[in-house]
Design a protein around this ligand. Structure first.
Ligand code: AMP
Length: 179
């Protein structure tokens, strides 16, 4: 049987990257972050879109994520962070995974309060973490990503986790949900 695929969904600053990395460090899963893959590709137009807090076009993200998934051995669990972020990407993922005999195993949605996120993002200090970009990305999340969470809820795969508190507290809640 092919290995699991876990998806982390949440608004900007919810801690998806931190938690995905903790799952990777703790369990040896492969962490694939669509944002990191796009930043690493260093296409000036893509980076400008990211800076504005807008979504990068799905074909570009799907091709980066598709290549990354293809490079993971079949028996290696994957944790996806930041992908899928809109319904078209979710449909693409469901189909793309079939090639590898995989399917989405579980989706964790991290919930956080917008004020808490703003404090976190100021500490992170990433170039695309400006007030304008944050409110744009928050809106994108509500408009585009909540339907993705709904899609996985209908499939019985979604668990909502409180993302407030320390990274260790949140990691513990996720571990309980995955037990
Ligand atoms: P992140 O590192 O997940 O916060 O993503 C940073 C930025 O990369 C986002 O604000 C988007 O511009 C872009 N991005 C990352 N993942 C996706 C995705 N799945 N679909 C479209 N754009 C994305």
């Amino acid at each position: 049987m092919a290995a699991e695929v876990f998806v982390l969904i949440g608004p900007p600053g919810a801690g998806k990257g931190t938690q995905a990395q903790m799952l990777s460090d703790g369990r040896g899963w492969t962490h694939l972050s669509s944002g990191d893959l796009l930043r690493a590709a260093s296409d000036p137009q893509v980076l400008a879109t990211m800076q504005q807090g807008e979504l990068v076009d799905s074909a570009t993200v799907e091709s980066a994520v598709g290549r990354a998934i293809a490079a993971v051995p079949d028996d290696q669990p994957i944790v996806l962070d930041g992908f899928p972020r809109e319904m078209g990407e979710a449909e693409w993922l469901d189909e793309a995974l079939v090639k590898y005999g995989r399917s989405v195993t579980k989706v964790i949605k991290l919930t956080v309060d917008q004020d808490e996120v703003w404090n976190r993002l100021q500490e992170r200090g990433r170039a695309d973490d400006t007030p304008g970009s944050l409110s744009e990305r928050w809106k994108e999340f509500e408009d585009q990503s909540l339907p993705v969470a709904e899609h996985y809820a209908e499939l019985g795969l979604l668990t909502e986790i409180d993302g407030e508190g320390s990274p260790d507290d949140v990691a513990e809640r996720i571990a309980e949900a995955l037990a």
